[in-house]
Design a protein around this ligand. Structure first.
Ligand SMILES: *[C@@H]1O[C@H](CO)[C@@H](O)[C@H](O)[C@H]1NC(C)=O
Length: 226
């Protein structure tokens, strides 16, 4: 009698211990995963803080809610291609293999932030026609990103220049052979864009042999509300 009661207690204890063991194992696995994740999160948050905080597109400043972050970098001489980042996604770059000498242009839906299309247009030995066919049909509510590489100016004609001017550009009319030019405008904005830089190819001031220095700009674009 006593003996069977003892065995029963032992069995109950063993059952409890086994349950606890598996529960603990299961639970601690979860805890481990969780703490692992928070470890990574902490690293992701803390590592850059030691240097400079980087936000969407690697920008120095965060964008408020309802804004798209962007960063745009012109090509360096005829050596390093330009890059365009929008809403934390690189949309044009050498790595993406969708850039080229001349004008690199990305069209984006200003309400949704969806990429419409990108293309590169040779402005030195190419024809201006493909560029015109690309920018003429651009619809209202489209953001237009432009980054120069090598020579953005030689083949630019008045028609193309005035379309960029309509997109809000202040410098499209002045872009010449081997100038640097980066620009973010939009169709139907009816204002001068604050997001534009232009640097002249000038022997006296060029950083590279034959080209001016790289242009780089970051900012926040308000989402278009319909
Ligand atoms: C942007 O996307 C919205 C929703 O899909 C669409 O209705 C609108 O026509 C698009 N605008 C442009 C300029 O593509």
């Amino acid at each position: 009698m006593r003996c069977s009661a003892f065995i029963r207690i032992v069995v109950v204890l063993l059952t409890l211990l086994t349950t606890w063991y598996f529960a603990e194992k299961f639970y601690s696995n979860k805890v481990d995963m969780k703490s692992l994740r928070s470890m990574f999160d902490n690293k992701a948050e803390e590592a850059p803080r030691k240097k400079k905080v980087k936000f969407s597109c690697g920008n120095e400043k965060p964008c408020p809610d309802g804004y798209f972050a962007f960063q745009i970098i012109s090509g360096a001489a005829n050596v390093v291609g330009p890059s365009i980042c929008f809403d934390n996604t690189i949309i044009m770059s050498s790595v993406k293999n969708n850039i080229g000498r001349g004008l690199n242009i990305a069209l984006i839906n200003a309400s949704t932030g969806a990429l419409i299309k990108t293309n590169a247009f040779d402005m030195y030995s190419g024809d201006v026609k493909p560029l015109l066919e690309f920018i003429k049909p651009v619809k209202d509510g489209t953001l237009v990103f432009v980054a120069s590489y090598d020579d953005p100016g030689t083949k630019l004609n008045d028609e193309a220049r005035s379309i960029f001017t309509d997109f809000g550009s202040s410098y499209a009319k002045k872009v010449r052979f081997r100038d640097g030019w980066i620009f973010v405008g939009g169709k139907g904005i009816n204002a001068k864009s604050p997001f534009e830089q232009h640097i002249k190819n000038n022997k006296e001031t060029n950083k590279y042999d034959g080209w001016p220095e790289v242009l780089e700009m970051e900012g926040c674009i308000p989402k278009k509300s319909n």
